[in-house]
Design a protein around this ligand. Sequence first.
Ligand SMILES: *[C@@H]1O[C@H](CO)[C@@H](O)[C@H](O)[C@H]1NC(C)=O
Length: 293
Amino acid sequence: MLFSLIPFIEAFAALAATTRTCYHITGEPARQSPGRPKFFPCDPGAEVSNCCSEIDLCMGNGLCLGFNAYNGYTFQACTHPDWPEACSHGFKWPNTIPSGFYALAWQCRYGYNSPYCIGENASCCEDEDGWVYLPRFSNIHLAGNSDYVIRASGGNGVIEGSDASDASDRIALGVGISIPIVAILVAIGQWWFPGARLWIWKKRKGPEKLKKDDDDESWPREDAKRLWFWKRRKRKDHEKRKRDDDEGRLLEEGGIALSSEGSSGLEMSAAGDIGERQFQYKDDEQSSSTKIG
Ligand SMILES: *[C@@H]1O[C@H](CO)[C@@H](O)[C@H](O)[C@H]1NC(C)=O
């Protein structure tokens, strides 16, 4: 039984890792107000990692790439409030990283390693003293879902799903739970109904054995009746479970599937966030075009 708890503990640890607090450059914890995008560590396995808003893209070099709305490079948040090297990447805090909500990063040259500067606009590139060379990034994923990572492989890009290992974890979890439960159920069944025999067992022994049981009356009528009740209850349980499953499936089909695979209940709130944000940007667009016009 103890061993069956281990996958549970691991699952909770994994959950804790993905819901770690992210801190803005000011050291304040990233706000997690309902209806707003949440911040996720880009590298959930790392001790210290940059965080990006769940609907933006995490680039392998620590930058966030604004998705859909602002298509710029930003440093958004860090799993450590002090922004150590692993998050600041050599930019000097607090001198070059403004203590705003996001730090805007600008690419000053293109190359194998490219210089970036931090500033309000691209004019920060004029001051070469402020340049920091970031390594080229070779993987990118949606901050809110690190299950699928687009990774450079040789000359190609490949989509890597951590799904395979997840699936085997899930299977292990299932087996870890189900084996002890089945064993306990069988044990309870044998205790409540000492005369009951598993169908496999009965089948193997064949009619000869059953006949012999009848003959020597070690299979009393009372036990057979109990077995009948037990079987009937099992059948009813099975039917009920099947009904519940069907209802569950209907609910799932009725709901909005945000991502086809690997979407958990936890991610459902994201649909609202994105919807609201798109709405908000639409509003912004309209108001800005009104201003221009
Ligand atoms: C760019 O940023 C600098 C300093 O951060 C500021 O002085 C300048 O006005 C900005 N330029 C534009 C076009 O916004």
